[in-house]
Ligand binder design. Structure first.
Ligand SMILES: Nc1ncnc2c1ncn2[C@@H]1O[C@H](COP(=O)(O)OP(=O)(O)O)[C@@H](O)[C@H]1O
Ligand SMILES: [Mg+2]
Length: 226
């Protein structure tokens, strides 16, 4: 279980997160919100890349708020993931396993499920966007994290490839049976990957019953021009 408790974060005078609460069981929880509402900020706080002004993050009942990113067992696929261009795919994927994290068995499962077996010796520059996304996900999962953060991982991928990738991403994300937080601003994508849904608005996270409800909420408040 992941718990975010009363998190606040401002940049200068702009309050981005304003008493944000969130709980995620081992499931795929989708977080939907318009551009600039604070989704990436929340993920970076859970990953330990930025510190909240106030509030806490608990993973498996342990307070991890003060821990550095490498001290948390959190797998993070950033919005624009950067693979190591000079390293082979396999070395990119195994990067997080350096300290004895993960296992050979898990690694093989991830590589198999994402269909990466034939490209392990390639360099990222030789891969399509879809394969780069798969490798980024594989790299985040290989150390066997206790939770997974995916920040709009398919936003640069064209629709046809996305159709193929969504079920793959869902299946492999569920392999570890840990909380997964998947960010998107696309309700259709959300509906296809999520077990449960929430919307970010006014610096807070609200649980909702369906991805389309998020769209209605956002539209009603005229936060987007529909
Ligand atoms: N390092 C930063 N310094 C100042 N403002 C920032 C910084 N990072 C994000 N912001 C601002 O905080 C708000 C939320 O950003 P972000 O969390 O990236 O939103 P989202 O991921 O939902 O698009 C935006 O208005 C953005 O401009
Ligand atoms: Mg973002």
């Amino acid at each position: 279980m992941l718990k975010v408790n009363g998190v606040y974060k401002s940049y200068g005078t702009q309050a981005v997160l304003n008493d944000a609460h969130l709980e995620i069981r081992p499931e795929v929880k989708v977080l939907i919100g318009i551009n600039g509402c604070g989704k990436s900020t929340l993920l970076k706080i859970i990953a330990g890349i930025i510190k909240p002004d106030k509030g806490s993050v608990l993973l498996k009942e342990k307070n991890i708020t003060g821990l550095a990113p490498e001290e948390r067992r959190v797998g993070y696929v950033p919005q624009h993931p950067a693979l190591f261009g000079h390293k082979k795919v396999i070395d990119n994927i195994m990067y997080g396993m350096r300290n004895g994290l993960g296992s050979e068995e898990l690694l093989e499962d991830i590589i198999g499920m994402l269909g990466l077996g034939d490209i392990l010796d390639k360099k990222p520059g030789e891969l399509s966007g879809g394969y780069k996304s798969r490798v980024s996900l594989a790299r985040a999962l290989a150390p066997g994290p206790e939770m997974i953060l995916l920040d709009e991982p398919l936003s640069d991928i064209d629709a046809a490839v996305k159709e193929k990738l969504l079920p793959e991403f869902r299946r492999v994300s569920k392999l570890l049976n840990v909380p997964v937080l998947y960010v998107t601003h696309d309700p259709a994508e959300a509906e296809r990957i999520g077990d449960s849904f929430s919307v970010m608005q006014d610096g807070q996270v609200k649980s909702i019953d369906s991805a389309y409800q998020a769209f209605e909420i956002i539209k009603k408040d005229k936060l987007i021009s529909a």
